[in-house]
Design a protein around this ligand. Sequence first.
Ligand code: TRP
Length: 511
Amino acid sequence: MSKKNDIEQEQVVTPWAVEFGSDGKIDYQKLTEEFGCQEIDERLIERIERITETKAHAFLRRGLFFAHRELDEICTAYEKGEKFYLYTGRGPSSESLHLGHLVPFQFTKWLQDAFKVPLVIQLTDDEKFLWKDLQLEDCRRLARENAKDIIACGFNPKTTFIFADVSYMCTPFYVNMVKIAKCVTFNQAKGIFGFTGDSNIGQIGFPPVQAAPSFPDCFPHMFGMNKKSLKCLIPCAIDQDPYFRMTRDVAHRLGGYKPALVESRFFPALKGESGKMSASDPTSAIYVTDSAKEIRNKINKHAFSGGGATIEEQREKGANLDVDVPWKWLNFFLDDDEKLKEIGEKYSSGEMLTGEIKQILADCLTPIVEEHQIRRANVTDEVLDMYFSIKPRVFLDLFQKYEEKDGSWTVVETDLSKALEEKMKLDEEDEEDTTVSQDKNDEEAGCAIGAPKSDDWLRIRKERLKKDAPTEGSKSALKKAAKIKAAQEKKEAEKLAKAAAKEASAAATMS
Ligand code: TRP
């Protein structure tokens, strides 16, 4: 058998296990072919930059997020003014996160800011319970602990919802799960995930749990009920692709959009690309809890080097960047393109020594980790609850247009994407605010987009609209009040004009 065939047989990627090819590498091109996704090209990156008016994140510029499914469709819709929501997640199996765990979240944060869209984050405490030797209660606790690290990445609390499966298993979520489950046979699941007769039946039943959040009606407090008309984009590592391949296959049978995907390579382990970063070996990874000293020590002692074995050899032959972990890690975390290029040139030519690039890496990572630790320390239980809260957070009454007709209020503007856009604008205005009154407003019981509107609720809204302009409070509340007032005045003027026209025409017919 040829070497190539050996590699083809050995490389196995599932959401739970990654087996490298016999050369110790993942053949990503082969993987995209096998999975049936597309590679992200320069044109798509430029397009994203153009429509978001934002410079592409280093992960995108450097091909670390390298594959996609229908990301171009998301862009086309976005260009036409249609919004979408982001969905990502984490399986909470360890106390603290290592740097590789931050990668998808840092990228998701960039996507959220660039596209200005809402985000849901799933913590699969159930998945980890089913696959790992852990107690369910521990998985649930880890979900909350890990959420603190996720929040420390800086997500907007107004537009980000974090949930753990076990506690969020509500009716709309379960409804989607059951529908998905019915569409997939055991044989199909075996083919997609590699289940065997030895898999426990919880594992076999799990994929719909991760699939369901791809449909917006799992989150009535954000997107309303019975609403499948919002597209979903999922940033994830490529090993999660099987879940969403399955989801895409069944989406039309649920009446929903196929979720789009943007997928990353694996983060290389400290001791070498194909190694494992495992919690049981603390020297195998750098954790977000590590001190500056630990970071330096780990890099110096354990980072796999592609440099020459001796100074002379390095000077003569230069480093092999293909296998060098400090170089690979700098590609993830050093944002400065110019500097990175210079390091690459000097190190591969032998002008720079291994000790030097390791020093640069330690200097680059230390502030990232230290700043993360500060932000995480600020995530109190109260802050955490804000993200887990299922209070309606995308409010109809903030932006939907109503008209009074024959004494009752009717919605004249139901466009969800426009509504979301408006909501995002309001959030931006709020950011300038120092007062809390807008937040108070947001907490009032309201109605999520698309949710059924009771008469009662319409009456509340009508009363609220009639209220005088707030005398104190946020700028945006004042602006909103001014807008409402202007609209009322316009209506009055139109009424008068109509009456005048009527009179005039009556006068004309009389004469
Ligand atoms: N299964 C993922 C893990 O073990 C967690 C996850 C759930 C996820 N939903 C997701 C990851 C959506 C990416 C996108 O880490």
